[in-house]
Design a protein around this ligand. Structure first.
Ligand SMILES: [Fe+2]
Length: 210
């Protein structure tokens, strides 16, 4: 029997916000230069990466004031604020006079062979990534169905199941792409098999008054 799709409703959406080319070429160039400069000069960050086996460089544990330190990150934060507000609206959040505020923002420089295992972003409501440099053939960011732990007896999906039904959803960003998701959504970056550096800026948003 053919399925009458009008008999089926969908609830509990997991939404991922994507916008492309959100920064000018000039701003992106400045972000790239600043990221590479940090990867060379941020001694505390480089040490942290070595100690924790992080492939490449991240400012995650060493610098918590990039928008104040470097104007390009401040300019990016302004762009991100607008998109965060739009996404919050689409999620129907009642913010009671508050708004999404950038709580932390950090740089990731991932060389060939680097990856970032599955994780969530705690202590925030929205998280996201802006892509500064994406080498040819670079892998996707992969999101995981948040109901995975409840799927003990669920049958596997057919190979041709639509992406909206899959348990793992790979999205391929381009230079200038921005992705936002709710911070509880688990995601990972599989091994970067492309030659060249994959440079991104990640961030967490909370609800604040700023
Ligand atoms: Fe992440």
């Amino acid at each position: 029997m053919a399925v009458d799709m009008s008999k089926i409703q969908s609830f509990f959406p997991t939404q991922i916000y994507r916008a492309d080319k959100v920064a000018s070429a000039k701003l992106n160039r400045e972000l790239e230069q600043a990221s590479l400069m940090l990867a060379q000069d941020d001694g505390a960050g480089i040490k942290w990466c070595e100690k924790h086996g992080y492939p490449g460089y991240t400012s995650y544990a060493s610098l918590n004031d990039l928008p104040w330190r470097i104007p390009a990150f401040k300019a990016l934060e302004k762009v991100l604020d607008r998109h965060a507000a739009a996404f919050a609206k689409a999620l129907h959040w009642d913010l009671r006079g508050g708004k999404p505020v950038c709580d932390s923002l950090w740089v990731n420089v991932l060389p060939e062979g680097g990856s970032h295992t599955s994780h969530i972003h705690t202590n925030s409501v929205l998280s996201g990534t802006y892509y500064v440099a994406v080498p040819e053939g670079a892998g996707p960011i992969v999101y995981e169905d948040p109901r995975h732990a409840m799927m003990m007896a669920a049958p596997p999906l057919k190979a041709n199941a639509p992406l909206s039904h899959k348990a793992h959803v790979p999205l391929r960003p381009a230079v200038g792409s921005l992705l936002f998701w709710e911070s509880w959504l688990r995601h990972e970056v599989p091994v970067n098999r492309a030659e060249g550096l994959r440079i991104s800026v990640s961030f967490n948003y909370v609800i604040g008054e700023k």
